[in-house]
Write a new protein. Structure first.
Length: 748
């Protein structure tokens, strides 16, 4: 049996090594060259933003091949995306002067699948196993929940699937999960359902994406002979974006690397921003402990940004405790300081950014393709989109649909269209059973027949048919209630503000409750989008005017082939770069985001700070941070405090351009300076000019109520602030959480 920690001696046949130094080394700086030429033993390459890590990684791979230290099939190179794998393969081919097809080069999932198909029988599969997509996984889990008589509405399959995938990301098989680990999920039976899910996958000869690494870790641990073969085969292992690895990926790499121990991991602990999808920043932080004697190479010369942008970003991230440390620098002394701009409200924020972009266009300082707006939350895009459409500035929303194209917004708009015009069949059919109210396809078909027969709309047919016996009792009652709701909302539309109408409709239709009960990671963002829709409606005198406005907005499609400003979230921006970057919404509770702080505490704050660092380092020449003194939240104007991250920016690299009273008349870099502007009432007079709207989408819970949280367990509510609850948990202590993650204890 092969000892997994035995050092396997190099057995590569001797070869003629080219004596002349290859030209590709001359193009590398000192750090990059060290990353390429340090070939013996483990190497950690700490590659800061814009420091040329891809060049160093691909050159290292090519250098090993050129020196004939390994044959192509004896090298394992792992990336996180197919795009990165393709680019690396092409670059290596160019450097070595030939194809690099024999390399084990690809994503974790692709390489895991390749290994697993070789040894599928050892984990109960056949080599031609199917890889299930997310929809197939949820559908299979729904079948198992139904077999256990578990209510899918109370315990949504997509939520439970997310928990199972997190277990797999941590390399935990059903045997590793106890009843205590599963807690009350799925009525305390999720650990059992996980085991049945894996059994069912085996029967189907299928694996999901989590299995591709989980099964590999399992078979390597259980089969020392196979592990030994791979340890001898892979003389060199290269890993990109190591800070984004999860536990299963980490264990797989560590097992394979214990042969020759020539593992080189490239990453940046300051850019680890994906904890919410399983990434463990601790993997990169403990590299030297995992691989004693490891060489650490720091790539600190930045080729992207100006010294002021790097200085601001470095000063900010230095406040994190959990980091290995490095200081970016650049030979480019050009460019001005980072601009910090305070504005009165979010509407002015969008106006200022649009004006700046128009000014950049007039001066021809940058192409529109080289300008980006990076937001913390998806709902922030709405005001920028509307301002750009008004001014005719072409744009794209990267990583998702435009605001009015999002599913929850389209659903809400369909309700509003029926309120405004009851004969809108397309809108009525879209939401007649959303949220689910027992009006199935059969009922809709009966409605269609009745409408065609009488030559009327679906809505009018519904009003007639609920007075007959055509439908089953449940469907007849549900349809009658819906028609009554629309009649009532239509009357309200003539009496109350449009924002209040939308809030009432969302609550009374059950749409708000549907999202609050949805435990998927996307649900809180969808609720925020609906709140932003309510905010947008408050600006219009009547519903018809708002609907016409949206129709015209939707008609203004992206121009084909032209330059476009990019709007995206900070998470979507990782790996990209732009000449000019605008960073709006740097306010407490928005950035750092309250939900991240409530759920993850100090670790959440450090990840939010890394996210700010990523945003700043996307900029090449110009970066501008904005915060609004007032932002409408839940339909109510509220004063907003500037983000603590602004206070952490070094004053030497920042220029403040704000209205008087918005910044306390001091510079960044001085602790607690922000408080003074607010204590003097800097925003109070402005806030008073706005009509305060009643709170919408407020919490449905009450002080003293006993509730349940998936992570923290049972507890009693001590206080309520909007949709945020202060709860004294029986085991986890007192915490603040969003009410969308809570359910009454008597329903669990």
């Amino acid at each position: 049996m092969v000892d997994p920690f035995e050092i396997v001696e190099d057995a590569l046949p001797a070869a003629d090594i080219p004596a002349q130094e290859p030209p590709y080394l001359a193009d590398l700086n000192e750090g990059q060259r060290a990353a390429v030429e340090t070939l013996e033993g483990p190497v950690l390459v700490l590659a800061g933003a814009g420091t040329g890590k891809t060049r160093a990684l691909t050159t290292r791979l090519a250098h090993i091949l050129r020196l004939r230290r390994a044959r192509p099939w004896e090298m394992l190179a792992v990336t996180f995306t197919n795009k990165a794998a393709r680019e690396m393969r092409l670059r290596v081919g160019d450097l070595v002067g030939g194809p690099a097809e024999a390399l084990w080069l690809g994503t974790f999932h692709a390489l895991g699948a390749r290994m697993l198909r070789r040894h599928a029988e050892l984990v109960g599969l056949r080599p031609n196993f199917t890889i299930l997509d997310a929809d197939d996984q949820v559908r299979l889990l729904k079948q198992l929940l139904a077999a256990h008589n578990i209510d899918d509405k109370k315990w949504p399959a997509r939520l439970l699937m997310g928990v199972i995938q997190r277990w797999k990301d941590r390399a935990q098989t059903p045997a590793d999960i106890s009843a205590a680990d599963a807690g009350d999920l799925a009525g305390g039976r999720l650990h059992q359902i996980y085991a049945e899910y894996q059994q069912r996958l085996a029967v189907l000869n299928a694996a999901d994406f989590g299995d591709l690494l989980l099964h590999c870790v399992t078979l390597l641990k259980a089969n020392q002979d196979i592990l030994g073969e791979y340890q001898r085969q892979f003389r060199y292992i290269l890993v990109d974006e190591y800070q984004d690895t999860n536990v299963a990926q980490y264990l797989w790499l560590r097992l394979l690397a214990q042969g020759h121990r020539n593992i080189a991991c490239v990453g940046d602990d300051d850019q680890s921003i994906y904890a919410w999808r399983g990434a463990e920043v601790g993997n990169i932080l403990r590299f030297e402990k995992d691989f004693p004697g490891a060489a650490v190479v720091r790539l600190e010369q930045n080729y992207r940004s100006t010294k002021h942008i790097l200085g601001a970003a470095s000063g900010l991230i230095a406040n994190n405790q959990g980091r290995l440390g490095k200081t970016l620098w650049t030979a480019d002394d050009g460019g001005g300081p980072v601009i910090v701009r305070g504005v009165w409200d979010s509407e002015e924020e969008a106006r200022v950014v649009a004006d700046r972009i128009e000014d950049i266009q007039r001066r021809r300082e940058a192409r529109l393709d080289d300008i980006a707006i990076l937001v913390r939350a998806g709902f922030q895009t709405r005001e920028f989109e509307e301002r750009f459409l008004t001014l005719g500035i072409p744009y794209r929303v990267v990583g998702g649909p435009r605001f009015y194209e999002r599913q929850e917004i389209r659903d809400a708009m369909a309700y509003l269209r029926v309120i405004n015009q009851p004969d809108d069949d397309l809108a009525f059919e879209r939401i007649v059973n959303r949220p689910k109210r027992g009006i199935g396809e059969a009922t809709v078909q009966i409605l269609h027949r009745a409408a065609r027969g009488a030559g009327i709309s679906l809505y009018r047919a519904a009003r007639d048919i609920v007075t007959t016996d055509e439908l089953k009792a449940r469907a007849r009652k549900s349809l009658g209630d819906l028609v009554g709701d629309f009649d009532r909302w239509r009357s309200l539309a003539r009496e109350i503000a449009q924002g209040d109408l939308a809030a009432t409709m969302l609550d009374e239709s059950g749409y708000t409750a549907m999202l609050m009960n949805d435990r998927s990671p996307e649900a809180p963002g969808r609720l925020e989008n609906l709140k932003e829709l309510v905010t947008a409606m408050a600006e219009f005198e009547n519903l018809a005017g708002f609907l016409e406005h949206v129709a015209l907005v939707m008609e203004n499609n992206e121009g084909a082939g032209g330059e476009l400003v990019s709007i995206m979230t900070l998470h979507s921006a990782k790996g990209l770069e732009f000449d000019t970057v605008f960073l709006p919404g740097w306010e407490e509770e928005l950035f750092p985001h309250r939900r991240s702080l409530d759920e993850n505490g100090p670790a959440g704050l450090e990840e939010e700070r890394r996210l700010a660092y990523v945003g700043l380092t996307r900029a090449k020449r110009h970066a501008e941070i904005l915060f609004a003194g007032n932002r409408r939240i839940y339909g109510q104007w509220q004063s907003a405090m500037p983000s603590r991250f602004i206070d952490e920016l070094p004053a030497a690299h920042v220029t403040v351009e704000s209205a008087p009273g918005l910044y306390g008349n001091t510079q960044p870099g001085h602790a607690r300076h922000l408080d003074s502007g607010f204590d003097q009432g800097g925003f109070g007079t402005r806030t008073a000019r706005y009509k305060r709207q009643p709170m919408i989408l407020a919490s449905a819970f009450a002080v003293g109520e006993r509730v349940f949280h998936e992570k923290f367990g049972y507890g009693h509510i001590k206080g309520i602030e909007g949709n945020k609850l202060e709860i004294a948990f029986e085991k986890a202590g007192t915490k603040k959480v969003m009410d969308s993650f809570i359910q009454p204890a008597n329903e669990v």
